[in-house]
Design a protein around this ligand. Structure first.
Ligand SMILES: [Ca+2]
Ligand SMILES: [Ca+2]
Length: 149
């Protein structure tokens, strides 16, 4: 990927009173409540993108959360539930490259049938998959979409 500027920007005045929460039991009729995981604090203002999945080798329920921070650090929070966060693993140290990971996503796209496949859309338009990611890190990268030439 090349070094285009990160487009993620804070929006002053918007979502000022929002919290870091889970919307439980979302379905086609909409949202059915909100559980606050974390009171508003300065640290979580730097959480640029996040996505759920099941990234521990035990495949243990409940799902885990990957967060990309403004300094490029990527953190895995294991077994998140209504009571909050229960474990934290640093997947990537703060670094410049990952400040360009603009959008994160996840799903179950490989033969191991675990929702542990991590997707990144980079600021230059490249899309990568990290299949079968686990607590030891993002072990392999597959380019799904190449950036424009
Ligand atoms: Ca888990
Ligand atoms: Ca998988």
């Amino acid at each position: 990927m090349c070094g285009l500027p990160d487009r993620a920007r804070a929006r002053p005045g918007r979502d000022r009173h929002r919290t870091r929460g889970i919307y439980p039991d979302v379905d086609e009729k909409g949202f059915h409540g909100e559980v606050q995981l974390q009171k508003p604090n300065a640290l979580w203002k730097h959480a640029i993108s996040l996505t759920g999945g099941r990234y521990t080798t035990s495949n243990k329920w409940t799902d885990d959360l990957l967060v990309r921070w403004s300094d490029g650090e990527v953190t895995l929070y294991t077994d998140v539930n209504r009571d909050g966060f229960h474990g934290e693993i640093q997947v990537k140290k703060p670094n410049r490259l990952w400040t360009h990971a603009t959008l994160l996503g996840a799903g179950d796209y490989t033969e191991n049938r675990h929702p542990d496949d991590f997707l990144v859309r980079w600021s230059d338009g490249e899309v990568s998959m990290y299949p079968d990611a686990d607590e030891t890190g993002l072990n392999r990268e597959i380019t799904l979409v190449y950036p424009p030439a």
